[in-house]
Design a protein around this ligand. Structure first.
Ligand code: SRM
Ligand code: SF4
Length: 561
């Protein structure tokens, strides 16, 4: 792929952003129009920067499109106060589809909000001192950070850094406040507002989204190398001395387009804590200035790195910050994923890790997770921490509250001692149908049953209780980061998936395509011989993904169709 030239024709999104740098579009007018059940296509693009996606329920398409809104919050580091959680639970019950979706970037989504309820829902979110701005759109998205408060005080420091960066990189448009908080159109009689240009992002914002994550080795619970910028904490004698900066990671690809691919971030160098903000902001400006503005499929920072190289990136970054980056310090990740059950915090309180299957907080007949969480948060006031594995932690629980919390969960069908098999608890699925407009195959609604069948298969081949990371997405965009999993299923068409194999436990290795199109009914038959061989041939303690890399990749270096 050639480097982008400045003469290339800008994509339609670039032209649209430049036409209205306030991002106001005609959102306020459409909100005020009681007859309109939807926003225009242009406003749909602007709405994303406000944290809103216009969708339709794909299950109901046969009887005509029924427009609904998805609202995504911006929650750097995924930490909610008890009062915020309760407000969100109330808003979602009143205006959403009665579920809250924990996302793979540590925030929450409301689905199914009608246009007529959109303004009051977003206002309600702001009233609880949260925001939706820049949770979507061509800007820096929700900054993720290792959610566990249990290990040491360092994570508090890192959370502060994530919040600071998130605030520094938030867009400054006055339109958000006018539309959602004051509930009116942007006043363009003011010259400054009329000629608004974002002081950092400029008139056209970024060429594409931009993602930042903080990780604390040895735990890679944020999948740090899948981000545009990763900050890997370096500790010496129990103290945080700085971060290794990694750049150019990302997952998204498109079927049939070999020029799109998942990529691991390159480790570029070491930063002291006081250098972080300036350097990350400079890295975002490299994306802003060198990202491809003519082809959105080639517009992520990973393609700048892939096309120009990590050495070019380091030199450009050093030129922009005005100092040389120190060499990266040694670090090692050994594990990804979330810690379930009870863990003691450094301050003597406790933290409870809860598995939220496919990230959906809801009530079913057997498991009333939503009800249990509301009761617990009302009564015991724990902090709620969202994880990038779509799960959650209840933090700052006093020792004397533990038993009552366990009982409330049990009364509502959620067992703390037995939250699910190791296989299930390590699984992730993206949203896909019925709300995601890009989904080609089922994901969230399909994976739980498939896991049940894989559990049975593991028992059949003598691997009961084995942990294998399995991630499914309904399309190749990679929202559940399937290309990092030991087994990744990627939707190809309705009822058909690609199978990827060979990620590792630390989430530092991309998997590879194993089969290109497999019918859902045939997935177990495809896995059976592989898992049977793995059971026979593995070394002591060897994970499935490592066996795949050691044996299968040598036998089958390229993908079969
Ligand atoms: Fe994503 C688009 C859901 C994390 C890569 N993603 C979408 C949209 C908004 C579909 C759309 O554009 O119309 C999905 C909304 C579905 C719905 O109904 O809710 C959607 N993405 C999600 C979430 C909710 C999946 C989940 O199961 O949790 C995650 C929300 C994260 C957040 O809170 O900000 C989510 N998306 C990711 C990740 C994982 C990550 O960031 O760690 C990725 C891969 C990493 C990356 O960015 O490379 C990801 N989403 C994409 C892409 C492909 C981008 C690319 O570079 O090609 C798209 C499509 C696009 O942007 O055009 C996309
Ligand atoms: Fe939608 Fe594809 Fe993302 Fe799944 S991976 S939520 S199907 S865009």
């Amino acid at each position: 792929m050639s480097l982008t030239t400045v003469t290339a024709k800008p994509s339609p999104n670039e032209v649209l952003k430049e036409s209205c740098p306030t991002l106001a579009g005609t959102i306020a007018q459409t909100l005020a129009d009681g007859q309109a059940d939807r926003f225009s296509d242009d406003d749909n693009q602007f709405l994303k920067f406000h944290g809103v996606y216009q969708q339709d329920d794909r299950d109901l398409r046969k009887s005509g499109k029924k427009f609904i809104m998805m609202i995504r919050l911006r929650v750097p580091g995924g930490v909610l106060t008890p009062a915020q959680y309760l407000d969100l639970d109330r808003l979602m019950t009143q205006y959403g589809n009665n579920t809250l979706r924990v996302t793979s970037r540590q925030t929450l989504q409301f689905h199914g909000v009608l246009k007529s309820n959109l303004a009051r829902t977003v206002k309600g979110i702001n009233d609880t001192l949260m925001t939706t701005i820049a949770s979507c759109g061509d800007v820096v998205r929700n900054v993720t950070a290792s959610p566990s408060p249990t290990i040491d005080g360092v994570r508090g420091q890192i959370l502060d850094e994530a919040r600071k960066l998130s605030a520094a990189l938030a867009p400054r448009t006055p339109a958000y406040h006018a539309i959602w908080i004051e509930g009116k159109q942007l006043d363009l009689s003011d010259k400054k507002t009329k000629n608004f240009t974002d002081p950092f992002y400029g008139k056209t914002y970024l060429p594409r989204k931009f993602k930042i994550a903080f990780a604390v080795p040895p735990l890679n619970d944020v999948d740090v190398l899948a981000n545009d910028i990763g900050l890997i904490a370096i500790m010496e004698n129990g103290k945080l001395v700085g971060y290794n900066l990694a750049a150019g990671g990302g997952m998204g690809r498109s079927h049939g387009n070999e020029e799109t691919f998942p990529r691991l971030a390159d480790v570029i160098g070491f930063l002291t804590p006081d250098q972080v903000e300036r350097t990350v902001i400079a890295a975002v400006t490299i994306h802003r200035d060198f990202g491809d503005r003519s082809n959105r499929k080639h517009a992520r920072l990973k393609y700048v790195l892939a096309d120009r190289g990590a050495d070019w990136f380091r030199a450009e970054l050093e030129r922009r910050v005005g100092f040389k980056l120190a060499p990266a310090r040694p670090f090692k990740f050994t594990k990804q994923g979330d810690a379930f059950g009870w863990h003691r915090q450094a301050d003597g309180n406790w933290c409870l890790g809860l598995f939220v299957e496919t990230g959906r907080i809801k009530d079913t007949e057997q498991r009333r997770m939503k009800t249990a969480l509301r009761k617990i948060v009302e009564q015991f006031q724990p902090e709620v921490r969202l994880t990038p594995g779509n799960n959650l932690l209840l933090a700052n629980v006093r020792p004397d509250q533990r038993d009552a919390i366990v009982k409330t969960l049990a009364d509502n069908g959620v067992s703390v001692a037995n939250q699910g098999s190791a296989l299930r608890c390590a699984s992730m699925a993206c949203v896909s149908l019925p709300t995601c407009g890009l989904g080609l195959a089922e994901s969230e609604r399909y994976l739980p049953d498939l896991i049940t069948r894989i559990e049975a298969l593991l028992a059949e081949v003598g691997l009961s209780g084995e942990e294998i990371t399995i991630r499914m997405t309904g399309c190749p965009n990679g929202c559940a980061r399937p290309y990092m999993a030991e087994i990744g299923f990627v939707g190809k068409a309705p009822g058909k998936y690609q199978i990827y194999l060979g990620g590792n436990e630390a989430s530092t290795r991309l998997n590879r395509l194993y089969k290109d199109t497999v019918k859902d009914a045939d997935l177990i038959a495809e896995l059976r011989p592989l898992l049977a061989r793995y059971a026979q041939e593995r070394h002591a303690g060897e994970r499935f993904g490592d066996w795949v890399a050691r044996i299968l990749w040598k036998e089958q270096p390229t993908a079969a169709n």
